[in-house]
Write a protein that binds this ligand. Structure first.
Ligand code: NAG
Ligand code: NAG
Ligand code: NAG
Ligand code: NAG
Length: 212
C-alpha cells in the first residue's frame, strides 16, 4: 500500500516543481522494528533496531520468529560516521569488521533531499485515524532514487529505494523516541580489536546491500 503511494509520489515529482526550500529534518534517537521488503514482494528482513541519531549508529538484529527466510539472519552494527560496520554472530561470538563504501542511512533523510509534498494518510482530523506525512526525495551515489515519508516529528514511516537492479521498501513500526538499550550500540567485547577486512574488488558495502 505504502509502496504504491510512494511510487505514485515519486512519479508525480517529475512533473511538479516545488518552490519551497525546506531543510530536511533529522530523525531522533529511536528503537523499534524494521521491515525490509523487495518490491517483488519478498520480505528480506524483519527485526529490532536501535538508532543513535547524533552518533549516526545503527544496530539491526533480524527476528527469527518471523516469516523471514532464516538462512538470512542479520545482526549488524553500523557506524555511518566512521564508515565501519560489524557483522555480528552472537551465537558463536564471532564478528567481521568491514568498511562501509556507501554511508546511505536508511533511517535519516539525506541533507540534500528535496521536499516533495505533505500528505495526509487516513483521516487526521479524527484522533487515532490518521497521520500527516512529509515526503522527501532525492538520489545518491548508491541508489538512483529514494523517497522517504516521515511524520511531523521526523519519525520515518517508510522509505523506498530504487536502483537499476532492485527496489526496496523499508518500513518502521512500534517506534519509540529513545534508545532503550545503549549497550546494543557498543562493539561487543568479542569484536574488539579486529582488523578491518579487505573489501573485494567490485563489492560495495552498504546497509541496503547487506540484504540484496
Ligand atoms: C541519543 O542517544 C545517545 C546515545 O545514547 C545520547 O548520547 C544522546 O544524548 C541521545 N540524544 C537525545 C536527544 O536524547
Ligand atoms: C520478534 O518480533 C516480535 C514483534 O513482532 C517481538 O514481540 C519479539 O520479541 C521479537 N523477538 C526478538 C527475538 O526480537
Ligand atoms: C532461503 O534463502 C536461501 C539463500 O538465499 C535460498 O537458497 C533458499 O531457497 C531460501 N529458502 C526459502 C524457503 O525461501
Ligand atoms: C561462526 O558462524 C559463522 C556462520 O555460521 C561461520 O561462518 C564462522 O566461521 C563461525 N565462527 C567461528 C569462530 O566458529
Amino acid at each position: 500500500m505504502y509502496a504504491a503511494l510512494l511510487l505514485f509520489a515519486f512519479m508525480c515529482s517529475t512533473a511538479s516543481t516545488n518552490a519551497e526550500h525546506r531543510q530536511p529534518c533529522h530523525s531522533p534517537n529511536m528503537t523499534g522494528y524494521l521491515n525490509l521488503m523487495s518490491l517483488r514482494g519478498e520480505i528480506k528482513a524483519f527485526g529490532h533496531f536501535t538508532y543513535d541519531s547524533m552518533g549516526k549508529k545503527l544496530r539491526f538484529t533480524s527476528n527469527e520468529s518471523q516469516y523471514v527466510n532464516s538462512s538470512q539472519e542479520h545482526d549488524l552494527l553500523m557506524f555511518f560516521e566512521e564508515g565501519i560496520f560489524y557483522e555480528i554472530d552472537s551465537k558463536n561470538q564471532s564478528c567481521e569488521k568491514k568498511t562501509l563504501q556507501s554511508t546511505l542511512q536508511p533511517l535519516d533523510i539525506p541533507d540534500d533531499a528535496k521536499f516533495l509534498t505533505a500528505i495526509s494518510v487516513g483521516n487526521p482530523s479524527i484522533d487515532g485515524e490518521g497521520i500527516k506525512l512529509n515526503i522527501w526525495m532525492g538520489s545518491s551515489a548508491e541508489v538512483k532514487g529514494y523517497s522517504m515519508s516521515v511524520t511531523a516529528g521526523c519519525l520515518p514511516l517508510s522509505s523506498f529505494y530504487f536502483s537499476e537492479s532492485v527496489s526496496v521498501l523499508i518500513s518502521l513500526s512500534d517506534v519509540d523516541n529513545e534508545i532503550k538499550d545503549p549497550d546494543l550500540l557498543l562493539v561487543p567485547p568479542y569484536c574488539q580489536g579486529l582488523p578491518v577486512e579487505e573489501t573485494p574488488e567490485g563489492t560495495e558495502h552498504s546497509f541496503l546491500n547487506e540484504f540484496i
